[in-house]
Write a protein that binds this ligand. Structure first.
Ligand code: ADP
Ligand code: MG
Length: 229
């Protein structure tokens, strides 16, 4: 459809921009940081330094998110055990979850699944979605990650939160470059995740209502061992 075309056009423009920006902005930023440190050492302490440093850090954060986009073809695929990969994600995420009063549970309907993937990129996808889940639950809540065999060549993963959910008009825009409803959001998380999943020949889908949101990720697998009962 026309909308899809416009989306993929935006993505390719964003991807070219990302590569350029990353190169052209990183270097001056490094210089700014260096001189900032020198100034800090020479001048009496000022709150202004903290503000400048925070802002520089925010630019760096956006740049690092954009980097995935700049290299959509630079994917290193290896055989990875999905459970071990998600154990890492869980360990990385536990602190953030508990400080936000959020419980996370991982449920597996198989013993082991081997994915052919770029480990860090798939981790990034889960971190992006889990971050959104936590951010949708300002008063805390529950996130469940359910992993189940889909066909014998695919695995299905559902990330469910008990957050605020999204109205239809937001749901329609999710994944568009720079679309965010958050004061300090980048609007890049879902778009980058979409790109990574696409690079892995997978697909994803959203469901949302006032009880919360479900993200479904489907990825091809190279091996599965089912649960021994
Ligand atoms: P960001 O998190 O920086 O805003 P994202 O691309 O990750 O950018 O998400 C885009 C928007 O989609 C968010 O601003 C939010 O409005 C909405 N969104 C994404 N995930 C969820 C979720 N689990 N629950 C509610 N809203 C969500
Ligand atoms: Mg996000």
């Amino acid at each position: 459809t026309r909308e899809h075309l416009i989306d993929s056009e935006k993505l390719s423009v964003a991807s070219q921009l990302a590569a350029g920006i990353h190169h052209e902005v990183r270097n001056p930023l490094t210089t700014i940081k260096g001189f900032l440190r020198l100034m800090e050492a020479e001048l009496p302490y000022s709150d202004y330094f903290k503000i400048i440093e925070d802002e520089v850090q925010r630019i760096e954060f956006v740049l690092s998110e954009l980097l995935v986009l700049a290299k959509p073809h630079n994917v290193k695929l290896k055989h990875e055990n999905l459970r071990l990969l998600l154990d890492d994600v869980k360990a990385m995420f536990n602190a953030q979850a508990s400080s936000n009063n959020v419980q996370i549970e991982f449920i597996y309907d198989f013993d082991n699944v081997i994915l052919k993937c770029d480990k860090n990129q798939i981790k990034q996808v889960f971190i992006n979605f889990l971050k959104n889940a936590v951010e949708a639950m300002p008063d805390g809540g529950m996130v469940t990650v359910e992993c189940q065999p889909y066909t014998d060549k695919k695995v299905k993963m559902l990330i469910k939160d008990t957050g605020t959910g999204m109205p239809q008009k937001i749901l329609k825009k999710i994944g568009q470059p720079f679309f965010t409803t958050k004061e300090s959001g980048t609007g890049l998380g879902v778009m980058l995740s979409k790109q990574i999943i696409k690079n892995h020949n997978g697909s994803f889908n959203y469901w949302s209502d006032s009880n919360g949101t479900i993200v479904e990720i489907i990825l091809p697998i190279s091996l599965i061992s089912l649960k021994m009962e």
